[in-house]
Design a protein around this ligand. Structure first.
Ligand code: GLN
Length: 459
């Protein structure tokens, strides 16, 4: 079997009986057995359930959009009967009684669940190093972070242990692991995908989305998981935007300032050239409040975290709150502080005003252009341990991510090449709310133009 497969290739192979779903499951499990110890990607492998589902797929005559698609979930998605830890010792032995909507929909569409993927505890982090179960290593370079907080969701694909995965993005956590793994991913519009059954981090910012090897795969999974389920009141069913025949992309000047990594600048310059040769127009645009985005995020997010983590009191779920790690404690304290009387106006309310300004600025830009191009992260994958003693420098990794979460817009992370050291490079395309279809269209145009081939890191 030629790996990595795309969803289309998987379906074709199954229909033509080149392989069975059970054989597919075998080959992905073999990869997990071979590499998981070293890379710490899966926290739980649900082998029995996977084979049960694979046998069902092999017997079924139904044509399902994800039939035989082997997948894993960031460990903050509830999976009925399969341990769900949120990467934290607090939930070490927790077995959920139901599955998240995204999980349920993927399984109903024929997806085979291989297990649960490592992540920063409670999704707090940018490198995977805050997991209470140890850091995930980047299959492209064992000494580097695969990006967080959905660290296992990216690494599982780079190591070819899954065909697609899911993650959550509160400020970059779906995009960064894709960017650090030569992968595609989508942080959907806020309100496009239900968060039912996904452990909440910061509820006004959280979004659920897919990671995959190609734009087409990410699009297919998004179409399976999107739309209302009656359990998340922020989700609205939205008519998909029509594909455009002509695009104009904005270059937000505040994102391209001195200090940007030269290899990232270069890969984006090249992408702009390629888009231009495909007939896409470019225009410089301005988001003047970008410099406040990260400060604004690090007030609103801990405020919401401090409230959401209140339910893990050791009575209703899991172990005692003593088991919270340093990062969760830091955020609970910060959040409680910015919400406390006397400081609420100075911090939380000010941040909310800045957030409104950021929303207005992005809206204005999308009156001028159809999308914006930007880096995902300021540098290529950094070394494990490099930022762990300095939370502020870790927080700054999210500098390009915050705008999309604060304004609720979708963003597609797209791989573009490799650095001189052989580490993955890429960029993001942000669009107006519910413009996912246009972002997919642009992503495919670009990948067709560079004759993109998905790649995996380990033999
Ligand atoms: N890195 C960010 C943080 O630590 C965002 C995490 C996320 O998107 N879940 O808050």
């Amino acid at each position: 079997m030629d790996l990595p497969l795309t969803i289309k290739e998987t379906q074709k192979g199954l229909i033509e009986k080149k392989f069975s779903a059970v054989e597919l499951t075998d080959s992905y499990l073999e990869r997990i057995n071979k590499y998981n110890k070293e890379y710490n990607i899966f926290l739980t492998v649900s082998e029995e359930d996977a084979y049960k589902k694979a046998k069902e797929i092999d017997k079924s005559e139904k044509k399902l959009p994800l039939a035989g698609v082997v997948t894993g979930y960031k460990d903050i998605f509830m999976t009925k009967g399969i341990r769900t830890t949120a990467g934290s010792k607090v939930l070490e032995g927790y077995i959920p009684p139901y599955s998240a909507t995204a999980v349920k929909r993927i399984e109903e569409a024929g997806g085979i669940t291989l297990g649960k993927l490592n992540c920063d505890a409670w999704a707090h982090g940018s490198s995977g190093e805050n997991s209470d179960f140890g850091p995930t290593k980047n299959p492209w370079n064992r000494g580097c972070t695969p990006g967080g907080s959905s660290s296992g969701s990216g690494a599982a694909l780079s190591a070819n242990m899954c065909l697609v995965t899911t993650g959550t993005d509160t400020c970059g956590s779906i995009r960064l692991p894709a960017n650090y793994g030569y992968l595609v991913s989508l942080k959907p519009t806020y309100g496009a995908v239900s968060r039912y059954g996904v452990i909440a981090m910061a509820s006004s910012l959280d979004s659920v989305g897919p990671l995959g090897h190609t734009v087409g795969d990410v699009e297919t999974v998004f179409n399976v998981i999107k739309g209302g389920d009656g359990h998340d009141s922020t989700v609205v069913d939205h008519e998909a935007q029509a594909i455009k025949s002509k695009y104009k992309i904005g270059i937000p000047k505040e994102f391209f300032v001195d200090g940007i990594d030269p290899e990232i600048q270069k890969t984006i310059d090249e992408a702009v050239k390629i888009f231009k040769s495909e007939g896409v127009e470019f225009k410089e645009v301005s988001l003047p409040s970008t410099k406040y985005a990260i400060s604004c995020y690090y007030i609103i997010q801990p405020a919401e975290v401090s409230s959401n983590l209140g339910r893990f009191d050791g009575i209703r779920y899991g172990n005692s709150r003593e088991a919270f790690g340093d990062e969760a404690k830091r955020r609970i304290m910060l959040g409680t502080y910015v919400l406390s009387s006397g400081y609420y106006e100075a911090y939380y309310l000010t941040a909310m005003k800045v957030r409104t300004k950021i929303c207005q600025e992005t809206e204005k830009v999308f009156g001028e252009v159809d999308a914006m191009i930007a880096p995902v992260a300021p540098t290529p994958p950094f070394n494990l341990g490099e930022k762990t003693s300095d939370p502020l420098s870790m927080y700054l990794t999210d500098i390009y991510a915050a705008t999309a979460n604060l304004s609720g817009i979708p963003s597609l992370a797209i791989p573009s090449g490799f650095s001189k050291k052989g580490l993955p490079l890429g960029f993001q395309l942000m669009g107006p709310r519910f413009s996912e279809n246009n972002l997919f269209d642009l992503g495919k145009k670009y990948h067709d133009a560079i004759s993109f081939e998905p790649k995996v890191a380990l033999k």
